[in-house]
Design a binder for this molecule. Sequence first.
Ligand code: BV8
Ligand code: ZN
Length: 251
Amino acid sequence: MTRNCLPQQLVAALAARPTTVALTGAGISAESGVRTFRDAQTGLWTRYRPEQLASPDAFERDPRLVWRWYQWRRRTIAAAEPNAGHRALVELEKALDSFTLITQNVDGLHRRAGSRNVIHLHGDLCSNRCQRCAAPSAHEDNETVRPPRCTRCGGLMRPAVVWFGEPLPASALSAAAERIAGAELVLVIGTSAQVYPAAALAEQAVAQGSMVAEINPARTPLSAKVRWRLDLAAAEALPRLAAVPRRPSAR
Ligand code: BV8
Ligand code: ZN
């Protein structure tokens, strides 16, 4: 595939308005200036790997350090805007008869771009929950340097995201697996396909024989198994996919 065109069979598949699922990872937010998990962290955070901070043990050991890392990420995200890749997925959701977006991301950029039918596998940074009693609370202040206390039990509040070693929300995971099971076309976008069980969803799509297209400038463990590889940035590839002319809707 040359960089200027899409695989003809992918164009033909999209033109037929297939039941479509998009599975996104941190790479789709790269062009919004939000660092991916695999990118080297900057400044104070260079000495930590994300997996060392995004865990209940890390929070147990040093709640203020983990809290400050999330506050730094929240400020980065607050300064970011959805990019052309996020916006193209909104167009596909409006244009196709059946489109579901499943994301590993916690940055809220899909919702800010206007995506409606989104399954968040790993939670979202815009809210907190109590580490002791799980009471939820909105997140208001990106500047505090220590986690707030739970108004119900006095426990420490933490970001309402899924940490390594924590189970994904059962409802989100089962809804995602169900949508993948019925998908004719699966777009796997901006993920290193290394974090489970999210990565298992892409593997399920391949194993069940769905048409799978991977959009990622770098190869991943999934690359050899997919039908199409678009070695392009999401913000470059997705607008082209959204622009593919489609036959009239049966709706
Ligand atoms: C679970 C929220 C079981 C937090 C995240 C030991 C104990 C328990 C579990 C495990 C264990 N060892 C391993 C595991 C499994 C573990 C796991 O998979 N580990 C990995 C590291 C091997 N999984 C878990 O722990 C999960 N839980 O298994 O629980 C359980 C069951 C019952 C009871 C108890 C326990 C929980 C996993 C969820 C972790 N939370 N996020 C936060 O954000 O702070 S995951 C985190 O990584 C982000 O959500 C991120 O999205 C995700 C995956 O990374 P990617 O999205 O793929 O991003 P990455 O940086 O890796 O890659 C970016 C890609 O984009 C690259 O390929 C790059 O080439 C590409 N790219 C760059 N630019 C662009 C681009 N693509 C397109 N366009 C561009 N412009
Ligand atoms: Zn509490």
